[in-house]
Design a binder for this molecule. Structure first.
Ligand SMILES: O=c1ccn([C@@H]2O[C@H](COP(=O)(O)OP(=O)(O)O[C@H]3OC[C@@H](O)[C@H](O)[C@H]3O)[C@@H](O)[C@H]2O)c(=O)[nH]1
Length: 416
């Protein structure tokens, strides 16, 4: 049984009190991180099983995928800008030239993989990049920065194991790699409806290009479901000409292409069906419900419910999703797998949770429901549990606490 070992004595103040939104305390803890990281005092086992301590999550990852990383190291990455100093008086940012990179595992050549992450500067992609880098792999990110943000991976730029390339997956891309995580696609309705043709192209051409690359180098598929919860065997219910079709049908064609390449050209594929995901590095303005509600609450504005608020969603925290993606990539399983948190909320219940967690003085206002808005969504995750030994660890409330802290820091740092 490995343990997560940090060289400093484990004081209470170090323990991640995830329910505590007290900025001062987490800032005090972060200062502690800075010293430890600067002095190279970080030792951890990527294959330890110790994820919880006194019922608090202290690490993420799975020993079976050697993906375990201390949570405080990840928090340090996304809660504290490392390469810049913001001056609120002059509203200027000074960028630092010399900085130490975070410690990464040193892997033997046979274990070190070259991993391509498309959309790696995006919300989910950048967390996957952090984890793969800390695990000691070589990571190449391609991103067209339509929704991705260079700041999300800025702390790795210049690192010997990292490359960032501005490239749109709709154009072919040739590179020698061992694994490809294809995450490039605008995921929020306002973004993917901004240019529907481009959204379809990203799903279709992007997937063709990545499958072609995989061959060289060896998701919203359920729509407005009539089956609830949605198992991977459910075929879905999608309006092929509605405003969401560019995304939903694009994902369906992407899956069709994926299995065509598997059956026709023996490409070694994996398909994750990702349910609503939230966490730090969400784009504050991407229009999705989690970022909208948190930002509205932080600014003291009314929370905007579309429709009657009785529609349901199930929200997974980003660290759980990254765990699942890495487990799936390294498992020998080719069928689609749902990755999501079956903890279902009506949007109205979710608004009330955000108000109670962030700002009890906020009110709720309703706006018209978007066309074809799915009335319910909850994943059946039995397959992920049985095949991957994966299920979400993060209660929604703890994830909200982490995300609120992130948005507060971004606001303080003048980054939004
Ligand atoms: O401010 C808001 C935003 C959204 N909503 C509602 O909240 C629900 C969730 O909306 P979101 O835009 O967050 O996400 P959706 O469920 O529509 O899924 C979309 O974004 C998340 C991606 O994972 C999905 O693939 C994509 O379809 C919807 O019913 C929406 O109408 C509000 O009530 N208020």
């Amino acid at each position: 049984m490995g343990t997560i070992v940090n060289d400093t004595d484990s004081t209470e103040s170090k323990s991640n009190n995830l329910t505590n939104n007290n900025n001062d305390k987490s800032r005090e803890t972060e200062d502690l991180y800075s010293d430890k990281i600067r002095d190279g005092q970080w030792f951890w086992n990527t294959n330890t099983e110790q994820i919880f301590s006194q019922d608090q999550i202290v690490a993420v990852g799975h020993a079976s995928a050697k993906s375990v990383v201390p949570l405080e190291l990840l928090r340090y990455i996304y809660l504290q800008p490392h390469d810049r100093i913001y001056d609120p008086k002059t509203h200027t940012i000074s960028y630092l030239q010399t900085r130490t990179y975070l410690p990464v595992k040193s892997l033997p050549p046979r274990e070190k993989k070259r991993v391509l992450v498309t959309g790696g500067a995006g919300f989910v992609g950048s967390h996957l990049v952090d984890r793969l880098m800390l695990m000691g792999h070589e990571v190449i990110v391609i991103d067209n920065f339509f929704t991705g943000c260079k700041n999300n991976v800025g702390h790795w730029i210049g690192h010997p194991n990292f490359e960032l390339i501005r490239h749109d997956v709709v154009d072919p891309f040739l590179i020698e790699v061992d694994q490809i995580y294809h995450l490039a696609c605008p995921a929020s309705p306002p973004h993917y409806q901004y240019n529907p043709i481009k959204t379809v192209k990203t799903s279709v051409m992007g997937t063709i290009n990545m499958l072609g690359l995989a061959k060289r180098v060896k998701a919203q598929v359920y729509g407005d479901p009539e089956e609830h919860p949605q198992a991977e065997t459910y075929w879905g219910n999608v309006n092929p000409i509605g405003p969401r079709a560019c995304y939903d049908e694009g994902k369906r064609v992407a899956e069709t292409l994926t299995y065509a390449y598997m059956n026709q050209d023996c490409v070694d594929v994996r398909v994750a069906r990702i349910f609503n995901t939230f966490g730090p590095r969400m784009n504050a303005n991407d229009g999705r419900v989690v970022s909208n509600f948190i930002m509205q609450a932080l600014k003291g504005e009314d929370l905007t419910i579309y429709g009657d608020g009785l529609q349901t969603r199930s929200f997974q925290y980003v660290h759980d999703l990254v765990d699942g993606l890495i487990l799936l990539m390294n498992a020998d399983y080719k069928e689609p797998i749902n990755l999501g948190n079956p903890d279902e909320y009506t949007i109205r219940e979710f608004a009330e949770l955000i108000i109670s967690e962030v700002n009890s003085s906020c009110k709720i206002k309703t706006l018209p429901a978007p066309k074809d808005d799915p009335k319910k969504r909850r994943p059946d995750i039995k397959r992920a549990e049985q095949i991957l030994g994966w299920k979400p660890r993060w209660p929604v409330k703890q994830g909200i606490g982490e995300t609120v802290t992130y948005f507060q820091r971004q606001l303080e740092a003048g980054l939004m």
